[in-house]
Design a protein around this ligand. Structure first.
Ligand SMILES: Cc1cc2nc3c(=O)[nH]c(=O)nc-3n(C[C@H](O)[C@H](O)[C@H](O)COP(=O)(O)O)c2cc1C
Length: 226
């Protein structure tokens, strides 16, 4: 597609192919009231000095307060906080009534149970079309170890669900060898025998399934956790 015929919706969808985490950017308005909204344009920028950025739409209700504030904070939502993301992306009188929050050292609202938070002083505000890029210098942060919430193509996902360490589905694949040759299963689409489950021991389940199919497995020499 050429630049002069861009369909904004197609462009938005193409940008949305890039999976991100989800944050809520917060600050205080001149009266000291908390302001904030959902933003996935967060990027870490520099370790030394510690810089990050987030893009803020000029049409956002909180745009004047955000860009006038001396400090802002980024709350990286954890995978259980999809409802927080939805709440802070919709117009509402008092979004903050729905969350448990406290103030960071420079007064920015920080939510409970986030994957991580950063409070920043404003380092630079860079013009960028219908948005500005707010570059912040980190003045305080905390990381909880919780998994972050994922977002791609307009939908939420939980990256931790694919990891056995996070208590998600676990699986085993067997590579079978018979008479010094690999022994895949299936008629046309040959595949390695596999088994996955939310709990239990997939390797043992896979072994008993193979036994039930009449395959007597003598030596398990390799097991992979997926
Ligand atoms: C997952 C997600 C990510 C978003 N990312 C951004 C963003 O990076 N920057 C932005 O300005 N708006 C972003 N938005 C839109 C704002 O959250 C939304 O426009 C919000 O309602 C603006 O608040 P307002 O009512 O104060 O205008 C995002 C929305 C969602 C659901």
């Amino acid at each position: 597609m050429k630049a002069d015929v861009f369909d904004p919706r197609a462009l938005r969808e193409a940008f949305g192919a890039f999976p991100t985490a989800v944050t809520v950017i917060t600050a205080s308005d001149p009266a000291g009231r908390p302001v904030g909204f959902t933003a996935n344009s967060f990027t870490s920028v520099s370790l030394d000095p510690p810089l990050l950025l987030v893009c803020v739409a000029k049409t956002a209700r909180d745009y004047p307060a955000m860009t006038a504030a001396e400090h802002f904070a980024i709350n990286i939502l954890s995978e259980a906080q999809k409802d927080v993301s939805i709440k802070f992306a919709r117009p509402a009188e008092d979004r903050f009534a729905a969350v448990d929050w406290a103030r960071a050292p420079n007064g920015c609202p920080i939510f409970a149970q986030v994957a991580a938070w950063f409070e920043c002083s404003i380092h630079n505000v860079i013009e960028a079309g219908d948005h500005v890029m707010m570059v912040g210098r980190v003045t305080a942060f905390e990381s909880s170890g919780l998994n972050g919430l994922g977002y791609a193509r307009g939908g939420y996902f939980t990256p931790g669900a694919n990891s056995s360490a996070a208590g998600g589905e676990i699986g085993a694949v067997a590579v079978l060898e018979r008479h010094a040759a690999l022994f895949p299963l299936g008629d046309q689409n040959l595949a390695l025998p596999s088994y996955s489950a939310g709990s239990g021991d997939p390797a043992k389940t896979l072994a008993s399934q193979l036994e039930r199919s009449g395959l007597s497995v003598h030596d398990w020499f390799s097991l992979l956790d997926l």
